[in-house]
Write a protein that binds this ligand. Structure first.
Ligand SMILES: Cc1cc2nc3c(=O)[nH]c(=O)nc-3n(C[C@H](O)[C@H](O)[C@H](O)COP(=O)(O)OP(=O)(O)OC[C@H]3O[C@@H](n4cnc5c(N)ncnc54)[C@H](O)[C@@H]3O)c2cc1C
Length: 429
């Protein structure tokens, strides 16, 4: 292989399109193979644009390094804290940082993905192949077979392969056929469904625009993130099983659904005029944590993003971690120059402990958000955190702040968070 041959990137999602910017900035030729049509021309994809994600420090840092900071911040809505909605309609606001100055950002997934593809394509060394589904990878000969909508297949080859084809990665599936390949997937008993709060009559947001809204109800939880058009995307996190699980509710009639929402989430009912219709018609999806090892085989393929470490969304970090992967990968590629095998080895060694740590924290945050954010002990602990933070601003940051507003490696944030917990417990005694 010569250095003029392209790097083959599999998947043009959030990670693949940002990685392509980085690779092209290093002067590499990049070919990206994506199974979907180009969503920039696809009117159906516009529906997906109302799905939003929380972007925080790590993602912003990775986007800034490719000159995208200003553009991304112009698309974002700051969320300065959580607004909790209790069943009796009471609202409680918890700022995300002690000074109230640090915030996370609500951003449209579709828009961000489209703009990253456009940004990468400004470099003439980049070529996207849409509606090219990866169906097979020959790891030994570094060849990828892609299938076109006609059913025709073709084989592509480059100087190396980087797979960013998401949680259900075909590349990882191929690697799993090798001996001594470690893999685990764990589904939560909770699934999710998205709903939509439309804008008010004058295009205004009907609930506070600068909050992440949470309706914590034990095993049931809803959250809502603002969109720029005045709407909110609501995500219901409910169990699959049980009387108020998706398996029952997805088949319930209008009256039963309305009664359920009026009982559990009364203030949401007037905000979603098409609630029962949407609930029945919008898909219910599952939530999974995926771990695997190694991420690179024979030094000729490497997994990045959800393909190597899919996590549950309760810390709002999956995309941020995937973007941080790109940042770390770029640094190591520059250090190691032409040796892909060495780049992949160093990358996976540096990243694995950190992505395992955020996977753990994301699962822990699930229980914190749904069970604790409304409870007195939790609110009190948050108060202690703020007090300690104000008293020792250089020395005390909460785990949430370390993960969302700093670039401290995730594993160090996990360890520091454990120490914080001990200090807070001492004050509780
Ligand atoms: C409900 C929910 C809420 C979330 N909220 C947040 C949040 O607030 N903040 C956050 O940081 N993260 C969040 N995440 C996580 C985030 O969505 C993912 O971590 C992120 O999308 C990972 O990017 P990726 O590029 O690795 O994978 P993906 O975005 O899944 O992209 C994979 C790409 O590969 C393509 N592909 C797949 N198979 C093939 C194939 N065979 N051939 C060719 N192409 C293929 C796909 O079409 C897609 O374009 C959330 C996730 C969920 C489920």
């Amino acid at each position: 292989m010569t250095s003029n041959e392209p790097v083959i990137v599999l998947g043009a999602g959030l990670c693949g399109s940002l990685l392509t910017c980085y690779l092209a900035n290093q002067g590499l030729h990049v070919e990206v193979y994506e199974r979907r049509a180009d969503m920039r021309n696809d009117t159906n994809a516009a529906v997906g644009r109302s799905i939003n994600l929380a972007l925080s420090a790590r993602g912003i840092e990775a986007l800034s390094k490719v000159g995208f900071r200003e553009e991304v911040m112009s698309m974002a809505i700051p969320m300065k804290g959580r607004t909790m909605h209790s069943t009796d309609g009471k609202l409680t606001f918890q700022p995300y940082s002690k000074d109230g100055e640090s915030y996370i950002n609500s951003i449209s997934r579709g828009d961000l993905n489209c703009r990253l593809m456009t940004l990468s394509e400004k470099n003439p060394n980049v070529k996207y192949f849409f509606e090219h589904k990866v169906v097979n990878i020959d790891l030994k000969n570094e060849q990828v077979t892609v299938q076109l909508p006609s059913g025709e297949t073709k084989v592509v080859k480059g100087q190396t392969i980087i797979a960013t084809d998401g949680a259900y990665s075909v590349a990882r599936g191929t690697m799993m056929h090798m001996s001594r390949y470690n893999y685990s997937q764990e589904y939560l008993p909770t699934g999710y469904k998205e709903l939509h709060i439309p804008p008010g009559p004058n295009g205004e947001h009907l609930i506070d625009k600068n909050s992440l809204h949470i309706w914590p109800r034990g095993h049931l939880m809803m959250i809502a993130l603002p969109n720029q058009d005045g709407s909110f995307t609501v995500t219901c996190f409910f169990p699959f099983d049980g009387a108020d699980g998706f398996d029952v509710l997805d088949r319930a009639d209008d009256a039963t659904l309305t009664q359920f929402f009026e009982e559990k989430f009364p203030d949401v009912v007037p905000l979603i005029p098409s609630l029962t219709h949407d609930f029945r018609n919008n898909p219910t999806s599952s939530l999974v944590t995926i771990k695997c090892w190694p991420w690179s085989v024979n030094g000729n393929i490497c997994l990045l993003g959800d393909a190597s470490h899919a996590i549950v969304p309760f810390f709002g970090q999956g995309m941020n971690a995937a973007f941080e992967d790109c940042l770390v990968f770029d640094r190591i590629k520059r250090e190691e120059k032409g040796d892909w095998g060495q780049v992949f080895k160093k990358f996976q060694e540096e990243r694995k402990r950190n992505t395992d740590a955020i996977a753990q924290m994301a699962e822990e945050n699930h229980y914190e958000m749904r069970d604790k954010v409304g409870d007195h002990t939790f609110l009190w602990r948050k108060k202690v955190e703020r007090l300690l933070g104000n008293k020792f601003p250089e020395r005390f940051l909460s785990r949430y702040e370390l993960v969302s507003f700093s670039l401290m490696p995730y594993k160090d944030a996990l360890d520091r968070g454990a120490i914080n917990g001990e200090i807070e417990n001492t004050h509780n005694d």
